[in-house]
Design a protein around this ligand. Sequence first.
Ligand code: KIV
Ligand code: ZN
Length: 523
Amino acid sequence: MDDNRVIIFDTTLRDGEQSPGISLNTTEKLEIAHQLARLGVDVIEAGFPIASPGDFEAVQAIAREVHGPVIAGLARAHAADIERAADAVRDAARPRIHTFISTSDIHIEHQLQSTREDVLGQARAAVAHAKSFVDDVEFSPMDATRADVEFTASVVAAAIEEGATTVNIPDTVGYAMPDEYAAFLRRLYDLVPGLADVVLSVHCHDDLGLAVANSFAGVQAGARQVECAVNGIGERAGNASLEELVMLLHTRAADIGFATGVQTREIARTSRLVSRMTGYPVQPNKAVVGRNAFAHESGIHQDGVLKERSTYEIMDAASVGVDDVSSIVLGKHSGRHALKSALEELGFSVSGQALNTAFKRFKEIADKKKQVTAMDLEALVTDELRTELASYTLEWFDVEASSRRPPHATVAIRTPDGALVQGNFTGDGPVDAIFRAINTATRREARLREFRIDAVTGGQDALGEASVILEVAGQSAAGQGVSTDIIEAAALAYVRALSNCERKVADAAEEAEAERRELTPAP
Ligand code: KIV
Ligand code: ZN
């Protein structure tokens, strides 16, 4: 590979999915993984296969169905984790196992309750074990930036001796500063001669808002793989944002000389899909993908841009795909064929029954809205995908709202076993009433953690997109819903969040049972 080519390792589906409240199922992860392949990332870290049966299933499905990028599965430095990851990625054309263990004394002493010597042995054994399944093995000394550089170097050297092909240096807690991080990497190059023969990777968290700056400093110090996530989602403050890093390398290519294989025109669409699927909104002023990233408010700026775009824009909105879909507009007279080609232009291949359902839904919306835009269509198609997956479904509802008496809601819900149950509640507001009526109908003690409603487009007849995070029996999960009626959008989001919570509660019970069986001595 060209010396200046930077490998984009996307961890949206692994580290990104570790953000609180995000709970993607296999179909949603597959949809995102296909889009990541279209975006042109080099590696997709598809999940942590030992974490749950759902994680395993998703990694396996991505390995089987998504072509182009390397598919990686994460594993702690334990034999069982590595075997599970190997099983999950086995069917990928280019599988990778990514194994890690901490090298900082804080983690070794308090979390692992182990010793440096033991960590060195475990790292060596883990890489050797992973290497017995796949050629492509990545090793990460976790919390490296707070660890002793000499000890980390000895662990990295052992990993390379055992055949690691990529060595990733995580700034796990987002503590490093750019100069310091670059100096750490340079010192590792000095201490570990073998590092020059493998790919050096960076993985930075954003606790101090430095994830992109640190990653870039890492690239300047010699790293040629960057780990990042779409919209910068991830543990706590998140990971380095994929779109910011990629556009930094592209926009300043003439000065810095680095290149990626990313199709930048797919960035905006990928960002919208990830935001919609995860329920994590993108802040309006977010670099590259925020809705104001290319908007000009002051008269002086507007005047400048009208005369010459480059006066106040360093990137062309078209280069990240912001205005790629603005020409797609359908109305109530548009037919099935027009819908199918508009969806294809948006990257969705829909046919057969799925097209019939999408068409029915489109007609309902087109009757209420004069123009159905690309944004509406994207919202509708992703919403349809969720409908198929929810185990509870909303059959109908009645809400009476007035300023003179408390609002009252009645709902009918189809349960996973096909029964139709009803519930009603008088709440503080119409949304509160319908949410509590759903709890009554399903006999679930779901607690509302977050609720948000956004308009998909501008205008009075805009579709409403609701996002709900619920907690049931200690498990939290998100759900989203789209409708021209915001009460309906909210109720749809609520039943889907409830379905996702139930799935997580069932997974947790299954895991606890497996652990109990492991700990129970054989008679
Ligand atoms: O932040 C971190 O250290 C990680 C590792 C698993 C690479 O996510
Ligand atoms: Zn991380």
